[in-house]
Design a protein around this ligand. Structure first.
Ligand SMILES: [Zn+2]
Length: 369
């Protein structure tokens, strides 16, 4: 059974925002890992308090919790089943201000600057329907900003490598201390020391790199894939940004994609419709032979199961839908014309759709249901 958030912080359900904050600050300081090195139970309590505070300090989350209890945060998002949802870094980045100047971070000196992250790069990749159906590995050339060879960085003296500067301001509520990103180093805690002449002011150069991107089968036009750490690098002790790959689907010559299904318009001649015929369809991965029975009607849709696009989630594939179109001859020779004139009043040529031959509208309705 999960402990009640109010109980964890030792407050009543009527506690106001100030009381909640005060109670959290008290437990956080009591169980702070710097005060209780190596004490697992204290660490657990520290996390529990942060979790309780995260919910109770947010009016909308608090309202949910008051109404539904822990259930409100089970499942997606929230805190899942356990209380391992938050790690120490999360806690310090979210509630660091609660601790004031006394405790910078976790683990005695571990609370230095966050590693700066470079900016993301964006590219477009055009894919054929075949590539989308089968998945593909694409090699793309990108121009990335990287640290030049021989560049060195040193600790920023404005913030002493902390990446943040503390500011004390006098307000009507008293002296307030707040941390802000160091204006000199931009938060990285380091500034340029030496740079080769070809590097820019931050010691960076542009470099061509070939990046290989694995694209899974079933991607959709407009979808974005992320290749971690293949964006621009940043100066100093940093991690590169990401490469964002936008998928663009090229139009196919004669196949039309609709979600995981593919549509194909098949044209057959009037005699073929009357006599029946076998046809080879150019499906996505080669030919598929289909047999049309004699007397097939124009507008019939044949569904070839699993011959469409695989689902991006890996659950099966869509279908290939073959739309049968009977081509009516536009010119006839004299004998043919005579034949059809005779047929005008022939009972065999009088339309007599059976109930099983659904109308176009019913077929469309079926396809989307
Ligand atoms: Zn600095």
């Amino acid at each position: 059974m999960k402990k009640d958030f109010y109980e964890i912080l030792g407050i009543s359900k009527n506690a106001d925002a100030a009381e909640i904050k005060k109670a959290y600050r008290k437990s956080a300081l009591k169980y702070h890992p710097d005060k209780n090195p190596g004490d697992k139970e204290a660490e657990e309590n520290f996390k529990l308090a942060a979790e309780a505070y995260e919910v109770l300090s947010d009016p909308s989350k608090k309202a949910k919790y008051d109404q539904y209890g822990h259930q409100a945060f089970d499942g997606s998002g929230g805190f899942g089943g356990g209380h391992g949802g938050m790690n120490m870094d999360d806690i310090f980045s979210q509630f660091g201000d609660i601790f004031g100047g006394g405790f910078g971070g976790f683990g005695g000196g571990g609370g230095g600057p966050r590693r700066a992250k470079g900016s993301n790069l964006r590219i477009k990749v055009k894919l054929t329907l075949e590539e989308i159906a089968n998945g593909v590995e694409k090699k793309v050339k990108v121009k990335r900003k990287v640290q030049a060879k021989g560049v060195t960085y040193k600790t920023c003296s404005t913030c002493n490598g902390q990446g943040q500067v503390m500011r004390v301001t006098n307000t009507i509520l008293g002296r307030m201390q707040s941390a802000s990103t160091c204006p000199t180093c931009g938060g990285s805690g380091q500034i340029l020391d030496k740079r080769p002449s070809e590097a820019d002011a931050q010691g960076m150069i542009l470099e061509d790199e070939t990046v290989s991107i694995k694209i899974p089968a079933g991607v959709v036009d407009g979808m974005q894939l992320k290749v971690s750490n293949k964006g621009n690098d940043a100066p100093g002790n940093s991690v590169p940004g990401d490469l964002i790959v936008a998928i663009e689907e090229l139009e196919h010559e004669f196949l039309k994609r609709e979600g995981e299904n593919i549509h194909f318009d098949l044209y057959i001649s009037f005699p073929e419709a009357v006599l029946g015929v076998s046809k080879d369809i150019e499906a996505i991965n080669g030919k598929v032979r289909i047999k049309l029975e004699e007397g097939i009607q124009s507008g019939k849709i044949l569904r070839l199961k699993g011959k469409g696009i695989p689902s991006i989630n890996g659950y099966g594939s869509g279908d290939l839908l073959v739309h049968v179109n009977v081509w009516t001859p536009k010119t006839l020779n004299k004998e043919q014309k005579q034949f059809f004139e005779n047929a005008l009043n022939d009972e065999h040529f009088v339309p007599s759709p059976e109930k099983s031959e659904k109308s176009f509208f019913e077929k469309v309705k079926d396809m989307f249901s």
